[in-house]
Design a protein around this ligand. Structure first.
Ligand SMILES: [Zn+2]
Length: 268
């Protein structure tokens, strides 16, 4: 996958010398964005914008470009400037660590996370880390090796990461329930049911992601799992993207009510 934005060095590595590049610009198949940076006409608009400003697509925007799960609310273009670029006092994201030169139009995941740690809420950032770990099938220490030196604050947040999380909604639900004092088991294997997203006591919680298109087979399998769970004495709660992002208080109330120790006495 490419943004369609290239540095002169990248073009040279692909076999385009300076006169080739000039020719491509003349015929319109390459657009010159700024000194040493070019784009094809169908290039990613956000990457073009970042490079035109003198930086790279970084931080949250880079994480989104890499296909990670990002909570809503970070829609603007996040630009990362190099140390050199910062002298011009352009606004940009302020990350942790030394500011590396801009070598590619989009920052790699590990360095984008070091910037996003200052732009995102702690909860949303851990969720983005979960997504990075899950997508790359990577461990926390492997990701930290790629990040290089990071502050204690980031280390502490990463202790709350879970690379087995299947979706952002699952990560947010886990983090919020634990913050509310619940003991949450992630991805427990349930006899006759299989793995579920989360478990709090006898309550099994399944988090549906926004882009989860239910096929007939999935639909039928979910109903079979629900029956098997009930038969095993479990309760199943299915929560949606909108429930987690826009109706969390209601979800938390329900989990509290369902898991209250004296629930059975109240129902007598
Ligand atoms: Zn940012």
């Amino acid at each position: 996958m490419s943004t369609g934005v290239f540095s002169a060095a990248e073009l040279r590595r692909s076999g385009f010398d300076d006169s080739d590049v000039r020719k491509e610009v003349r015929v319109g198949s390459l657009i010159r964005l700024r000194a040493g940076w070019y784009a094809i006409p169908t290039a990613d608009p956000a990457a073009m914008h970042a490079v035109r400003m003198g930086g790279a697509l970084g931080c949250v925007s880079a994480l989104r470009w890499h296909g990670l799960w990002i909570a809503p609310g970070y829609e603007g273009v996040h630009v990362r400037f190099s140390k050199h670029g910062k002298h011009t006092r352009r606004p940009g994201c302020q990350g942790y660590g030394a500011q590396a030169p801009v070598a590619t139009a989009v920052d790699p995941v590990a360095s984008a996370l070091k910037y996003a740690a200052k732009c995102m809420s702690a909860e949303d950032w851990i969720t983005a880390c979960d997504s990075a770990l899950n997508k790359a099938r990577q461990t926390v220490s492997g990701l930290q090796d790629e990040m290089g030196p990071i502050p204690k604050k980031m280390h502490l947040l990463m202790e709350k990461c879970d690379r087995n999380s299947q979706s952002g909604t699952e990560s947010l639900t886990r983090l919020r329930l634990r913050a509310a004092g619940f003991k949450v088991i992630t991805q427990p294997p349930i006899p006759d049911v299989g793995r579920v997203d989360l478990r709090v006591g006898r309550l099994l919680i399944e988090c549906d992601s926004k882009d989860h298109h239910t096929s007939l087979a999935d639909y039928q399998n979910d109903r079979r799992r629900d029956r098997a769970a009930l038969r095993g004495g479990w309760l199943t709660m299915r929560i949606t993207y909108d429930d987690v992002l826009y109706g969390w208080d209601g979800v938390l109330d329900d989990v509290r009510a369902i898991t209250r120790p004296d629930r059975h006495r109240i129902r007598r």
